[in-house]
Design a protein around this ligand. Structure first.
Ligand code: F6P
Length: 531
């Protein structure tokens, strides 16, 4: 059996196709038949990938690679609750979080659906009590501000959602929701500006309930609350898988929103990690819609043939660009200000999952995996880094936009503000792909820069956000399946944590002798200068 995918004939066939030379995108785009074949419509969205440096023949080779690497079987194992996260001995079962009510979701022979549903009911009841003012703080005042404390996957997805739905018109009452992630004390100072402990509810979000930053921040917030309220039972709740640790912290089990440890941090936005803050800020209905959107994308991923499967095609295109064409980066460019934190969320999802260097069995890989993800909403990004995209380095781009706006206004032109935004969404991919000749080399655009465009027929809503995030989650999984890596562990973040603990001891004892001369000099400077 082939352990490393690059040894497979399917992989070599793609390498050979690329080696023959790929026509310029200007030329490729000249074929309406090709363009029609490289467009996919499903799940209320159109994905146009005619601006990828390939042809339908290349796609055929990529689908053959997906089949040879067992993408369908691996996907089915994930949906079947099998322990495909082999290095941690766990199932990868975030899809259980959005399964339909009553649908059995077995992990390790145990149906997870009852826990998922009962937690969702608990979220609905609790959020309604807080929002209606029937849940009051220790001094009898309703709680009007939420402070969510968490980092990484326990922060980025929830923040993405909160930002995305700020202008969604169907939400009535909105509670103030803030996120405290960084252990930098300045973050605490910034996030608590204007907050009153008597009217604040802190939600400590940590799957492990051991993450250093979150635990430090949770304790600082506890102290801050206790300066003004006699006790915290009405002011602190938790989202975690570790009930013993939440109890130890002083949070009763009734105030903990649990989930299974088969949900990875970066895949946890559909768990109470994302649903509790969302329900508190915007009401539970938004959660139900969001989960339905994800469920819909899950079904599509499970049932659509590879050739018309959005996450599969999206995943294979990213893999083609990075592994076969050698583009290390990917730019995520939503033409939607609501998606202001989309790139940050997908960055963690993608980089923490697929930034690996060995196959599942530990064999070193002779190629690099993962893509360096960055991005910014358009058109802001156009006035920032697009110069580099057009005339500097080649970075495959993913454009995302919505047919309707949440808050369109008539502009100063005959077209609306949303139309103006969309003009750029349609113009940029062609500028990148086709370029432009000019006698002045400074004004020349080489073109041939790949991109794809996702146009959602609807507007930004909890449902479309559920679809979009599930699409990107599955994209990551598909790539990992083909590369043959474990996308679901994150051992690479451990070493830095261990070394930070050693530094903490040195700061405490003021003894820096155990470090190399470079670190020692820096540490000594810090200790001498800190006030
Ligand atoms: O950065 C490492 C990591 O473990 C992420 O995978 C995770 O999302 C984050 O830390 C927070 O973890 P926890 O929810 O356990 O506090």
């Amino acid at each position: 059996m082939v352990v490393v995918v690059s040894e497979s004939p399917e992989y070599k066939a793609i390498e050979a196709w690329v080696a023959k030379g790929i026509p310029h995108l200007r030329e490729l785009l000249g074929s309406p038949e090709r363009n029609a074949e490289l467009r996919l419509e499903a799940e209320g969205m159109v994905m146009d990938y005619a601006r990828q440096r390939l042809t339908p023949e290349t796609m055929g080779l990529l689908f053959a690679l997906a089949r040879a690497t067992g993408v369908e079987a691996k996907r089915d194992a994930m949906f079947g609750g099998v322990k495909i996260n082999e290095t941690e001995g766990r199932a990868v079962y975030h899809v259980a979080l959005r399964a339909a009510k009553g649908e059995p979701m077995l992990a390790d022979g145990v149906d997870q659906e009852p826990l998922v549903q009962s937690t969702l009911e608990k979220i609905a009841t609790f959020s309604e009590a807080v929002r209606s003012g029937s849940w009051v703080g220790a001094t009898g005042k309703p709680l009007t501000s939420i402070l969510a404390i968490g980092i990484g996957g326990s922060y980025l997805g929830p923040e993405f959602l909160y930002e995305a739905l700020k202008a969604y018109p169907k939400i009535g009452k909105k509670l103030d929701l803030r996120f405290l992630a960084n252990v930098d004390p300045v973050d605490f100072a910034r996030q608590t500006v204007g907050l009153d402990p008597e009217t604040t509810l802190a939600v400590v979000v940590s799957k492990s309930f051991t993450t250093a930053e979150t635990m430090m921040n949770a304790n600082v917030v506890k102290r801050w609350l206790l300066e003004k309220v006699p006790e915290i039972s009405k002011h602190v709740v938790a989202v975690s898988t570790q009930l013993d640790l939440t109890t130890k912290f002083g949070i009763s089990e009734a105030n903990v929103f649990p989930f299974g440890d088969y949900v990875g941090g970066r895949f946890s936005v559909h768990s109470p990690v994302g649903m509790l803050p969302l329900a508190l800020a915007y009401g539970y209905d938004a959660c139900a819609e969001f989960l339905a959107g994800a469920r819909s994308m899950d079904r599509h991923f499970m049932t659509a043939p590879l050739e018309s499967n959005l996450p599969v095609v999206l995943g294979l295109l990213g893999l083609y660009n990075s592994t076969f064409l050698g583009y290390a980066c990917k730019a995520l460019l939503p033409y939607s200000q609501a998606l202001v934190r989309f790139a940050a969320h997908v960055q963690q999802l993608d980089c923490e999952s697929n930034g690996k260097s060995v196959a599942m069995d530990g064999t070193p890989l002779p190629f690099e995996t993962g893509e360096i993800v960055f991005g910014e909403p358009g058109t802001n990004g156009q006035h920032s880094f697009y110069q580099l995209l057009h005339q500097g380095r080649v970075v495959p781009c993913e454009f995302v936009a919505f047919a309707s706006s949440n808050a369109d206004v008539a502009g100063i032109k005959p077209i609306s503000n949303h139309d103006e935004l969309m003009c750029n969404f349609f113009a940029q991919p062609d500028a990148l792909a086709c370029g432009q000749d000019d006698p002045d080399p400074h004004k020349r655009f080489p073109g041939n820069r790949p991109s794809l465009s996702i146009l959602v027929r609807d507007q930004v809503s909890p449902f479309t956000m559920g679809q979009l995030l599930a699409l990107y989650e599955h994209r990551v999984a598909v790539q990992g399946f083909v590369w043959g890596i474990n996308s679901f562990d994150q051992w690479g973040v451990q070493l830095g944590k261990v070394l930070a603990k050693q530094v903490a001891k040195a700061i405490e004892s003021k003894d820096t002798s155990a470090f190399n001369s470079s670190t020692k000099a820096l540490l000594d400077t810090y200790l001498k200068n800190k006030k």
